[in-house]
Design a protein around this ligand. Structure first.
Ligand SMILES: [Zn+2]
Length: 467
């Protein structure tokens, strides 16, 4: 499968990451179902915006994009988005793009304009519009568009290769000095790694027209073969019921949310819990709900594994575990219904918690339930607490880039203690209790609580977690 990746001219916002997360759900579900996958994602590291911004910054485009490429990988890691088998950078595939333009020219589907740019001739592909099913009857033959930011409803001959303009990054080639258009990048890299026909092409809903329509036109005109057999388009999110926009003050990057104190796992869960085909209304209440849901899950798992259980099995729980597992896979198999898949698991957690309260959960049930949790987590990946690292990295990034003001004060307090410092305070408290110095032990407990560290005393010792 091929997924359109980021254009690296800025930090990724949560709308971008919703798309990449839903594609991650697809890839994990396919793997869990035993289907081998080869997943290619491109990085668009040359386009109009990049050239414009790099020019403003007075940097070569490679230097300008390097920062955003590494930020993208960091953000992917924070959200636990698995790395595709193949990442492909546009600037590393220029000769293959030129060759595809030449192939289209030979087929009579590409022509050179007066300024030396090359265009795809829409009239060469009568099926144009078959993916988005737009009414394109008003197309006027020969009308052209050469910018990467398109009008949403007008179809025109589009640029395959843009002639060199003064001051722009360009490449020498047999079709003249210039740089690739955005659409030819994806057609070229998809076919380079997956062949002329492949199973699935994914991307955000805004890419269906004209980007994916243009990819189909270029590829199928060149090969006379179907390009992608299936398409997956992830719907965009709203923030507080409105379109996310910098001018609306409701525009968030992943980093913005981490610095407000939200955990990476909660952001992941909030962004995948609504199925990809539905619009997600992103709210801070939703993030808080996701945070609580993850806490419930982790607390349950700790309770399940941390307590001694009597031998035996509870048949009702065994069948609840089976049902949950089946419902989970069936929901994901039903067009990736993440909402129902998640609900099936939380229903099991509820039933098992109740059984544990009543002493009706036995050691034989534990393994069955843990196996279901493991399967859930192979897709959702929120059970293990790996939240500290992304948060610390975001804080360090803000501090080193003049964004200290964006860091929530309570977050700085919460992160002021390292894991080692917490462990050593807990050891000191245990020692104080042994010496019957309860005042000192309580003082340490309170000090930790003020910094958001919660202690739980159990037979096995002291467990702690950050609030
Ligand atoms: Zn693309």
């Amino acid at each position: 499968m091929y997924a359109c990746g980021p254009t690296v001219y800025d930090y990724g916002h949560i709308g971008n990451f919703r798309t990449f997360l839903q594609i991650d759900v697809l890839r994990r579900f396919l793997k869990l179902s035993g289907i081998p996958i080869r997943h290619v994602m491109n990085i668009t590291d040359v386009d109009d915006k990049i050239i414009r911004n790099a020019g403003k910054a007075g940097l070569p485009i490679g230097e300008y994009t390097a920062k955003y490429v590494s930020a993208f990988f960091e953000d992917m890691e924070a959200l636990r988005i698995e790395r595709p088998e193949q990442m492909a950078r546009a600037t590393e595939h220029i000769p293959a793009m030129v060759a595809l333009v030449q192939r289209l020219a030979e087929a009579g589907a590409a022509y050179r304009a007066e300024d030396g740019s090359w265009y795809f001739r829409l009239s060469a592909f009568p099926e144009y519009g078959k993916l988005s099913k737009k009414d394109l009857s008003g197309i006027s033959d020969g009308a052209r568009v050469d910018v990467d930011e398109y009008e949403k409803d007008s179809a025109r001959d589009f640029a395959l290769w843009k002639a060199a303009k003064p001051g722009e990054t360009t490449w020498e080639s047999p079709i003249g000095r210039g740089r690739p258009g955005w659409h030819i990048e994806c057609s070229t890299m998809a076919m380079e790694y997956l062949g002329e026909s492949f199973d699935l092409h994914a991307g955000g809903e805004d890419l269906m027209f004209p980007h994916h329509e243009n990819e189909i036109a270029q590829s199928e005109t060149a090969t006379h073969k179907p390009f992608a057999r299936h398409w997956m388009h992830v719907r965009f999110l709203l923030v507080d019921g409105r379109k996310m926009a910098k001018s609306e003050g409701n525009f968030f990057t992943l980093r913005d949310l981490l610095l407000k104190g939200y955990r990476a796992s909660a952001i992941r869960l909030a962004l995948i819990s609504v199925p990809y085909r539905h619009q997600l209304n992103f709210t801070f209440d939703g993030l808080t709900e996701a945070t609580r849901a993850i806490e419930r899950l982790r607390t349950f798992r700790d309770r399940l594994t941390g307590n001694a259980l009597a031998a035996g099995e509870n048949p009702a729980l065994q069948s609840a575990a089976n049902d949950a597992q089946e419902q989970f896979m069936a929901a994901l198999g039903d067009d990736l219904n993440t909402a129902d898949a998640r609900a099936a698991i939380f229903e099991l957690v509820r039933a098992a918690n109740t059984a544990m309260d009543q002493g009706q959960l036995f050691s034989g049930d534990r393994d069955a339930i843990l196996a279901v949790l493991k399967e859930f987590d192979a897709v959702f990946d929120v059970l293990e607490d790996r939240d500290d690292e992304p948060t610390r990295r975001a804080i360090a990034w803000a501090q080193s880039s003049g964004r200290e003001a964006a860091i929530a004060p309570e977050l700085l307090v919460r992160e002021s203690l390292s894991d080692e410092a917490i462990e050593s305070l807990i050891a000191e408290r245990t020692q104080a209790k042994k010496q019957r110095n309860f005042a000192h032990a309580d003082q340490i407990r309170n000090e930790l609580a003020e910094k958001g560290v919660i202690l739980e005393d159990s037979k096995e010792g002291v467990r702690w977690k950050r609030k």
